[in-house]
Design a protein around this ligand. Structure first.
Ligand SMILES: [Fe+2]
Length: 213
C-alpha cells in the first residue's frame, strides 16, 4: 500500500466521520435545554456541513470518490454520546455529559485531521493540506467553545450535588448497563497482570539498512 493509498483511506475515514456527525449533532442540540450550548451544537453542525464539502473538494483534487470507507471510530464515539443524549439526567448535569461527548468527537477529529495534514504535506498536496487545516482550526475552536460552556454547567452540576441529589447506587439498572459493567471488569482483569510488571518485549533489532548509516 502506498502513502497515497493511506492518504485516501484517511480522507475517506474523515468523510464518513463528518457525515455521521451531520446526523448526530442535531440530536445533541435537541438534548440540551441550555440555549448557549444548543447554539454551539447548531453552529458546529453548520460548520460540519461545510467540512463535508471541503472534503469533497479534496477528493476532486485527487480525482477519487469520497465514499468507500466507514469510520468505525466515530461510530463508537457517537454511540457513547448517545448515552449522554438518552441519560435521565437533566439541566447542568446532562449538559456536562453532553459536553464530554462533544469533546470526544472534536478530539477524535483533531487527531484524524492532524494525521491527514501531515500526510498531505509529505505528498506535496499543498492545496488539500490548506483545506484540511481550515477544518482543523474549526474543530479546535469547537473544542475550546465546549470547554468554555462547561464552566457554567459544572458550576450548576456541583451545586446540585451539594444539595444531596447525587446517586450513590452504582448497580446496573438494565441489561445494557450490566453488560457494560461485566466488560469493564474484564478490561481491568486483562490489564492487571501487566500493570506492575515491566514490559518484556525485546527491543527491535536494527535492520542491516539502518546499520549502514
Ligand atoms: Fe468536523
Amino acid at each position: 500500500m502506498s502513502l497515497k493509498d493511506v492518504f485516501i483511506e484517511e480522507l475517506r475515514d474523515l468523510y464518513s466521520a463528518e457525515n455521521q456527525l451531520v446526523k448526530a449533532l442535531p440530536k445533541m442540540a435537541k438534548a440540551t435545554k441550555t440555549p448557549a450550548l444548543k447554539s454551539l451544537f447548531t453552529a458546529h453542525l453548520e460548520e460540519t456541513k461545510a467540512q463535508v464539502k471541503r472534503l469533497k473538494q479534496a477528493f476532486q483534487i485527487i480525482g477519487k470518490k469520497p465514499t468507500g470507507q466507514h469510520c468505525n471510530g466515530m461510530e463508537g464515539v457517537i454511540k457513547e454520546g448517545k448515552e449522554a443524549i438518552e441519560s435521565d439526567e437533566e439541566g447542568p448535569t446532562k449538559d456536562v455529559e453532553l459536553i464530554g461527548a462533544g469533546l470526544r468527537t472534536e478530539h477524535y477529529e483533531i487527531a484524524g485531521y492532524t494525521a491527514a495534514i501531515a500526510i498531505a504535506k509529505a505528498l506535496g498536496e499543498k492545496e488539500i493540506a490548506a483545506l484540511l487545516n481550515e477544518t482543523l482550526k474549526e474543530e479546535q475552536n469547537a473544542g475550546k467553545n465546549l470547554l468554555m460552556e462547561s464552566k457554567p454547567a459544572l458550576k450548576g452540576a456541583s451545586a446540585e450535588a451539594g444539595a444531596g441529589q447525587e446517586e450513590e447506587d452504582d448497580k446496573p439498572k438494565d441489561t445494557k448497563e450490566a453488560v457494560s459493567k461485566t466488560k469493564s471488569e474484564k478490561d481491568e482483569a486483562e490489564a492487571a497482570p501487566s500493570l506492575d510488571s515491566p514490559t518484556t518485549e525485546t527491543p527491535v533489532k536494527k535492520s542491516k539498512k539502518s546499520k549502514k548509516k
